[in-house]
Design a binder for this molecule. Structure first.
Ligand SMILES: [Zn+2]
Length: 182
């Protein structure tokens, strides 16, 4: 039996970029951002809060041992980096990333972190982030290049076109009708 020909809409897709994908709504859970040690060399134990009545003259909250990590020894990520990371993975691109992409994305996260920690105006860092993210579908243009088409939201999807009624001459039943004795 000869192989059935695919409809032309599918046949056209041959020889296109191997990265082609239609991105559905993502909603992936982001992997945890890496733990970064503080240069202070922590963790440093914070002084335990005094039990019972506070002695007069003693400060209510002792100042943190290290302003960067507040004595935990672990550098916190900037809230904008955390938000970027979560959005990236929750986006329709999230499911496209594979395990080995995470390491490269960690490096990008470091650049995003440096960008926000330095005041959010470093053009060199912004360029580096853009360059890195281009490999991961960071902009509409990058997604077009990777042939990552975004699926339109369900309520915006055009209704399926009504199939054209078969022309009478193509319908084998018409032939049968013609030969059927009256
Ligand atoms: Zn520290």
């Amino acid at each position: 039996m000869p192989a059935r020909l695919k409809p032309p809409s599918l046949r056209q897709r041959r020889n296109k970029a191997s990265t082609r994908a239609t991105l559905k709504a993502g909603g992936m859970r982001a992997p945890a951002l890496p733990v970064r040690g503080c240069p202070c060399g922590g963790p440093v134990e914070l002084p335990k809060p005094a039990r019972g009545k506070r002695k007069p003259g003693r400060p209510r909250n002792p100042p943190p041992v290290c302003a960067e990590c507040r004595g935990t020894g672990t550098l916190p990520w900037h809230h904008l980096t955390v938000a970027w990371w979560a959005r990236l993975w929750a986006s329709p691109m999230g499911p496209e990333y594979i395990e080995s992409d995470v390491d490269a994305l960690y490096i990008t996260a470091g650049l995003v972190e440096a960008y926000w920690r330095s005041g959010g105006s470093d053009g060199r860092l912004a360029g580096e982030i853009r360059q890195e993210m281009a490999r991961f579908g960071g902009s509409p243009l990058d997604r077009r290049r990777l042939e990552w088409g975004l699926e339109p939201p369900e309520d915006e999807q055009p209704a399926a076109p009504t199939p054209e009624p078969e022309k009478p001459r193509d319908d084998p039943r018409n032939v049968l009708r013609m030969v059927r004795p009256a």
